[in-house]
Write a protein that binds this ligand. Structure first.
Ligand code: IPM
Ligand code: MN
Length: 361
């Protein structure tokens, strides 16, 4: 029987609770389809940091390299200064494991309420591919004359041709395989670059040239569009049905995927994958640790469950992934009252049970 070695990092706040439900569903899918998930738990997060001063040590990174995938809950603790855990754990894992793609589907499931008037699952059905290693996230910059009236702060958006090309290649290949035409829900496969070529005339000039060069040469059947990031925000609200696959830099990708998440029903349902197509990938619900709900059993585990679903899809267990996706859709359409914490009509573990039971059918 095929066995996958999975590292489970529940992390902070409600992270461990939602991760437990994702693991429950993962086990149900494994039993149903016939593979094994060999799970190893890690306790990196705010509590451990407070106890030991450790975030994600280098030795842990080396250990994580030996897994087939990582399932992450949430990172962020109210007693720890913002930036320490995010940089020390989440961003460190992304960078050290070179997870250069952040795949964030914006998909409205049946029965889920969206704040977008008149839009449903047919209209809200696209994917954002966020570059995950460059941009303002590289830590390039610094202060001079800090604390004086003449203080200068610089933080540069950095991109190399290599980073841009490997991200674009992934995006074109993804569009070929999962674009709207490939999925049978639209007339063509479209990849749109989201940038700001009118102001960021260096980095998005590089992105734009690389985008058209690669598209023209290797992917002539894929339609290419370009949107400025500010206009993208507008169209994400007004006409999300225009979009198929969007590709963008790290910073814009971070911002627009929070907007995307709220249009798909909120942080309770939005999942993402930090992918290294040649290495170890990490899957996470994109909402935070929601510390105020910790231990109450009211947080929505569907985002974590969808993260496990993406993990299986990426590992090549497409049948199991499809089973989970269908089970989640069944539960959102027929069972849950709301996606919001405390308003689901069920507890966290009951939602996990509903999905797991459906998967096992
Ligand atoms: C995300 C988060 C992170 C990011 C933070 C916590 C560092 O906002 O995954 O979108 O900016 O990438
Ligand atoms: Mn974010």
């Amino acid at each position: 029987m095929k066995t996958y070695k999975i590292a489970v990092m529940g992390g902070d706040g409600t992270g461990p609770e939602v991760t437990a439900e994702a693991v429950k569903v993962l086990k149900a899918a494994a039993a149903k389809i016939g593979f094994k998930a060999d799970l190893t738990e890690f306790d990196f997060g705010g509590e451990r940091y407070k106890r030991t001063g450790e975030t994600l040590p280098d030795s842990a990174v080396e250990e994580l390299r030996k897994f087939d995938a990582i399932l992450l809950g949430a990172i962020g603790h109210p007693d720890v200064k913002p930036g320490i855990l995010e940089k020390g754990i989440l961003l460190k894992a992304r960078f050290e494991l070179d997870q250069y793609i952040n795949l964030r589907p914006v998909r409205l499931f049946p029965g889920v309420e969206t704040p977008l008037k008149g839009k449903g699952p047919k209209e809200i059905d696209y994917v954002v591919i966020r570059e995950n290693t460059g941009d303002a996230y590289t830590g390039t910059g610094g202060f001079t004359m800090k604390g004086t009236p003449n203080e200068v702060a610089v933080q540069s958006a950095v991109y190399t041709r290599f980073q841009v090309d490997r991200c674009l290649k992934y995006a074109f290949e993804y569009t070929k395989k999962y674009g709207k035409k490939a999925r049978g829900v639209g007339p063509e496969n479209t990849l749109a670059l989201v940038g700001k070529t009118n102001v960021l005339t260096f980095i998005y000039d590089l992105w734009e040239r690389a985008f058209h060069e690669m598209g023209k040469k290797y992917y002539p059947d894929i339609r290419r569009d370009y949107y400025h990031v500010d206009a993208t925000c507008m169209w994400m609200v007004k006409s999300p049905e225009w979009f198929d696959v969007l590709v963008t830099g790290n910073m814009f990708g971070d911002i627009i995927t929070d907007l995307g998440a709220i249009t798909q029903g909120g942080m309770g349902i939005a999942a993402g994958g930090n992918l290294n197509p040649q290495g170890v990938s990490m899957f996470e619900p994109i909402g935070g640790s929601a510390p105020k709900y910790t231990g109450m059993g009211v947080i929505n585990p569907l985002a974590a469950i969808c993260a496990a679903q993406m993990m299986l899809e990426t590992l090549g267990e497409e049948k199991a992934a499809k089973k989970i996706e269908d089970a989640v859709k069944f539960v959102t359409a027929n069972k849950m009252k709301s996606m919001a914490a405390g308003k689901m009509g069920y507890s966290t573990s009951q939602v996990g049970d509903l999905v797991a039971t459906k998967v096992a059918e």
